[in-house]
Design a protein around this ligand. Sequence first.
Ligand code: SAH
Ligand code: DHB
Ligand code: MG
Length: 236
Amino acid sequence: MIERAAPWVRAESAEKPTSLKDWVQSDVYHNERLIKADPLLEGIHQRATENGLPQIAVSEAQAKFLSLLVKSLRAKKVLEVGTLAGYSTVWMAKGLPADGAIITLELEEKHAEVARANFAANGVADKIRIIVGPAAETLKTITEAGTFDLAFIDADKHNNTTYFKHAERLVRSGGVIIVDNVVRNARVADPDDTDDSIEGVRVLLEYLKTNRDVDATTIATAGEKGYDGFLYAVKL
Ligand code: SAH
Ligand code: DHB
Ligand code: MG
């Protein structure tokens, strides 16, 4: 294998030490200019907190990115693995045309219940079907191969590769598969970190190394959700 040279660091980034606080401030700065405040969308987090759900939804900027991607692809059918309170689901639904639809998969009935309330409150319930159960099983019941424009994988990281293979089956040629949390504060690249969820990302990356049916890249992110990143794959 060809060894990659260590990338050189731009002087600008080497000179200014940054902290997570700087990146949160940066997210706020950009979001204030590019994303319209929406009390209904913010209500999703409130309902999640009130019901004791973990605060692990995508960031506001990433949620809008998913919504923009839906628009770019002119997507009509979206698959999501991991609903939680439905924050990413609602944002994606808002990018869909009137006849667009999302199937979202969630393990926990309690999370699904909160998500359903959020879909209704945001006026997108008619666009979203939520299927409750372990996604590795419920994915087998989705048979419309090659008809989805976008898949967003954001559930238990241990099963990332299982979910990715289903997404490959279900997404059309030219469609996109996004996998959340593939950087995890650079832990994925740390050989001393043997956490099961981290290992789940590595298994996916190994799988993609020899996969000829998709082409992919990882984009690292810094902001209100810390240091992380997502994988962007195109079905060829
Ligand atoms: N996409 C959401 C966040 C999802 S958090 C957002 O950005 O708003 C991850 C979710 O995956 C949790 O709700 C968790 O219950 C769910 N999950 C965990 N294991 C799962 C499994 N085996 N099948 C389906 N969902 C699962
Ligand atoms: C966790 C899961 C996520 O999907 C995420 O975006 C952040 C954190 C977690 O399980 O800790
Ligand atoms: Mg996530």
